[in-house]
Design a protein around this ligand. Sequence first.
Ligand code: PGA
Length: 251
Amino acid sequence: MSQRLPKLVIGNWKMNGSHAANARLLRQLLDAGLRGAAVAPPFVHLGQAALQLAGSGVFLAAQDVAAEAGSGAFTGEVSARMLAETGVRYVITGHSERRQYYGETDSLVARKSLRVREAGMIPVICVGETLAQRESGNALAVVAGQLQAIMDEGGVDLLSGAVLAYEPVWAIGTGRTATPEDAQTMHHHLRATVAARNAGIAAGLCILYGGSVKADNAASLFAMPDIDGALVGGASLQANDFIAICHAAEA
Ligand code: PGA
C-alpha cells in the first residue's frame, strides 16, 4: 500500500500541437490555477512551454530522451542534460508507442531512465500489456516481468522517488479503460514486485494509470489506494478535460 502520495497528473501531448495551439492551451491551464500537474509537449515545443510555464504550478515533462550519457555524435537525439537545462522535471520513458513503433526494449528503457536520474529529473517509466497478453491471462506476469527487467538493468534505486506508469496497450487511445479494480490489482502487484527488492522504495513509488483516462472516469480510478495519478493522452489536449482530471486528482 502506498503512503497516500499526492496525486500526479501528466498530460502526454504526443506528436500534437503548434505554437498557436500550445499557447492557447497553456494559457487555459494557467488561468485554471493548476498546481502540481505536468504537460509533455514535443521536444521542439519544450522551450516555448518552459517560457510560458515559468514560475507557475504546472511542470514540464518530456516524452523521451537519449539513452547515451553526455553529448556526442548521435544525430536526432536529445540528451537528458539538455532537457534538464530547458526546465524539464519529468521524462516519460518506455511509452508503449515507443516500444511498439521504435522497438524500444526494457533494457533501453532502463538506460534512458538512468540518464534522466543522473540529470536530476524524474523518470516516468511506462509498462503495460497488449490485448492478447491480457486475454490469455498473462497481464500481471508480463507487466511485472517488464518491471523486473528494468530493475535488473537499472537497479531498484532507479525507482527511488520515481514515477511508474501502468498503461495497458489496449486502453491507449481506444476509449477502453481498465476498470478501477483491474488497474488497482495491477498497481498493487507492481508495488509488491518492487517491495520484494526494497519495501521503502515501493511505499514511496508513485504509480500512475494511463489509457483513456477522461474527466468522467478519473475520480473512480483515483479512489483506488495504489493509483497515485494519471498519464493522460487525448484528454490532455482539451483544456477543460485536462483541468477536470486535475481537479479530480485534488479531491
Ligand atoms: P490516451 O493515451 O489517454 O489517449 O489513451 C494515454 C497515453 O498514451 O499516455
